[in-house]
Structures are given as structure tokens and as C-alpha cells.
Design a protein around this ligand. Sequence first.
Ligand code: DGY
Length: 320
Amino acid sequence: MKVFINKNIPEVGIKLLQDKGISSTINPTENVSSREKFIKICQEHDALLNVGTNNLDEDFFQQCPHLKGIALFSVGFDSVHIPSANSRKIPVGNTPDVLSRATSDVAFLLMQSVARKSFFNHKRILNDDWGSFDPLANLGQELYGKTLGIFGLGRIGFEMAKKCKAAFGMNIIYHNRSHNETAEKELDAKYVDFETLLSQSDVLSVHSNYTEENNEIFNKNAFAKMKSNAIFINTARGKFQNEKDLFEALTNNIIWGAGLDVTNPEPMKSDNPLLSLPNCCILPHIGSATYEARNAMAICAAQNIIALFEDKKMPFCVNE
Ligand code: DGY
């Protein structure tokens, strides 16, 4: 039994596999150069530990029906066509919980960066434009007592809400597929419909799992319903936002600003017009990029693979 690991992962995960005598092929380079090559290597292995956003679509499953299972090195599983995995009884595992704090830290960081225009002000120094103290220039907004709207209140959204409540006493509203009773009890979070989320949030932060039905749900119509002081934050998936509409909303002061750790598409090119805006802060999908989170993700992914090889249920399976 052999597992293909398509990009190097923290040593702690590799070691767990080795300790169980599981042999692996690790592709240490940036990525397997082509999809054909990737599929060919998968065909030579019994399981895949997948890092990144390789599209594991219907065609992939048709070509790799023999796989005993797939362990993702991510919490998001939008890159996998789950019905195709299900029809072949291929379990798919993810890495839940362990990156919730790290990812919500980045949402929190972006929220403050936008509120205080920090990226823009940093660029002023680089452009030799510090200038003299001006009481009317570079003003941001404070977040104390404002309303945080969470789109998708799962584990990461909960961590974001918890921080915002503790740091700024923010009121929490959220829109979700179902009620989050813990958040309602512990954070006094209020469930609202999508329209209310748009119209009442001072900060609207996206933390949902991406599905096709929510593709570009944050578009011209949505931005038009938001407050003019609103800050849009997305650390989940770029496909939630229409970036042309976001650019219009930001340049016409329909909303105050945006902070993105995810873009549509990724990677973003350096000439993207959003990068030139003073009210937009963009990071290159670093939500889970801490030593702590990545080590823990490696452990979860290895545990999923080990379970497969021991003919047990994956501990973090998304398609039971
Ligand atoms: C995740 O875990 O889903 C992160 O976004 C990395 O892809």
C-alpha cells in the first residue's frame, strides 16, 4: 500500500506515516507539472494526500476509481467532486478545527488593516509620501461596539466572532444554513437572513464552505445593500466574490473597504486593479500559514491516511 503526497508537508505528518510503515512518494517540487502526470502518479498509488487546489473532479475519479481514499491538506473540500467520490465509495478526509484560530487571526488582522488603512499607509512610506502630520488625513474608523456579520458561522466564524466580541465588544449577527446554538448562547449571536446580514453589518466576514450555489454571491446587488462604512472580509474562498463588482463598490464608495486572503481566481496577478486601491488589503491565502496550524494539519491528514490503511473510518471524513 502506497500513498502519493503531491507536495511536501511538515515532517510530523510524514513521520506518523513512516512509524506505521506506510510508504509514500513525496513530490517535493512546487507541484506535479501537469494534470496528466498527476493522474498517472495517482494511478500508481493506493491513496492520495492532496495539498492545494488540484481539481479532483468527475474526470479525476473516472481515471482513479481504484483509490482507497483521499486525505486533503485543507479544511475546505470544494476542490473535490464529492458525488463522484461517493459513487465510488472513496472516503475523503479534511483537516477541521486545527486551523480555525490561525485563519480567524488573519480575518481579524485584515479587518483592522482595512479599518486603519494600514496597507495604504505603508505604501505611502515606500513612495516617500509620509509628509507632515495632518489632522484630517489618513483617518480610519474604530470598531468598538459595531456590528460584525458572519456569513457561515462554523468553527472559523466562531473564532472570529469570539475575538471581535472580546476585543471590540462587537455585536454579532450571522447567516448560516442552520442555527449555531453555541454562538447564540456564548456570544449572544443573532441569526439573520442574508438581506439583513448585508444591510446591518459594519464588518461582513465570510467563513462559509464554498458551494456552487453561493458562487459570487457577493456581487453588485449585494454590495449595493451594504452600509457605506462597511468592511468586507473574505478568508474563505475567492469564488464567493465578483471582483469586478467589488472593484466598482470600492472605487465608488459603496462600501468602505475590503480585506481579502482569497481571490477569484488564485493566484492574483500583480496588475490586478484591486491591488492599486487604498481601501483594499490583500494577502496571498495565508490563513492557515502558521507553524502550529500546518503541523496540526499534517497530523490530521496523516491520521486520515493511517485509518484508511488500517481499514478504519477516517477520523475526519467529509463524505460518510
Ligand atoms: C483550507 O484549509 O481550506 C485553506 O483554505 C487552505 O486551502
